[in-house]
Design a protein around this ligand. Structure first.
Ligand code: ZN
Length: 219
């Protein structure tokens, strides 16, 4: 009897939420902890999401878990542009409707998604996978830059549009990439009416479309 009581208590652990102490059974605590790793999810949201998940039918929760695993296992990077893709070459790179003479260079896949939402851009993309940041130990060789230079030097690219936010790292990356590409093509950058250091994904679609339209030749 005594061992059973110990077992029951072992499944309960406490953790602080919003300054108060709350008690969760262990699997729930684990779920909350995992959810808290997601960006923008604090302890309170994690608890709300976890309790919501527990209320849903088993099939729905299974579908969520499957979707998580499938996305993680099946989505990789396009071998041409570096955008997220479930195929070796992404849909945008494969599309004959997209103008192959224009390449828009962005830091992350989320920037491609933001630009696609404007429905203004009809060229192709190149995703660097980050920005040059010596403080974080990220140099040009850690980014998808060699492949970009190869693309631009070997194909008939008429314009490369750099769409990178003007943060310190963004400027460094823009100037570096620009200097490598200028011998091969015209290099422009989008006009930032966007807030300094602001991410592309936070700009609304109209602002982003205007920034693209008002692009200037990189000095
Ligand atoms: Zn691609």
């Amino acid at each position: 009897m005594a061992s059973r009581i110990v077992a029951v208590y072992a499944t309960i652990e406490s953790s602080a939420i919003g300054g108060r102490t709350t008690v969760y059974t262990r699997p729930l605590a684990r779920l909350i902890e995992q959810l808290q790793h997601l960006p923008g999810v604090g302890p309170k949201s994690a608890q709300r999401l976890a309790l919501h998940i527990l209320k849903r039918p088993e099939e729905e929760v299974k579908a969520l878990a499957m979707a998580l695993m499938e996305a993680k296992l099946q989505v990789g990077f396009c071998s041409v542009c570096g955008h997220l893709s479930a195929e070796p070459v992404c849909e945008i790179c494969r599309s004959p409707q997209r103008d192959a003479k224009t390449i828009c260079v962005v830091a992350e896949s989320r920037d491609v998604i933001a630009l696609e939402k404007t429905r203004e851009y009809r060229g192709k993309y190149h995703v660097l996978g980050g920005l040059i940041s010596p403080i974080d130990g990220i140099g040009p060789e850690q980014l998808n830059i060699k492949q970009l230079v190869r693309r631009v030097s070997q194909q008939k690219v008429e314009e490369v549009i750099i769409a990178i936010s003007p943060s310190v790292e963004g400027e460094t990356t823009t100037l570096y990439v620009g200097s490598l590409l200028k011998p091969f093509t015209r290099v422009t950058r989008i006009a930032f009416g966007l807030p300094m250091g602001g991410d592309l994904e936070y700009a609304d679609e109209v602002t982003l479309a205007r920034a693209l339209e008002g692009r200037r030749v990189l000095d």
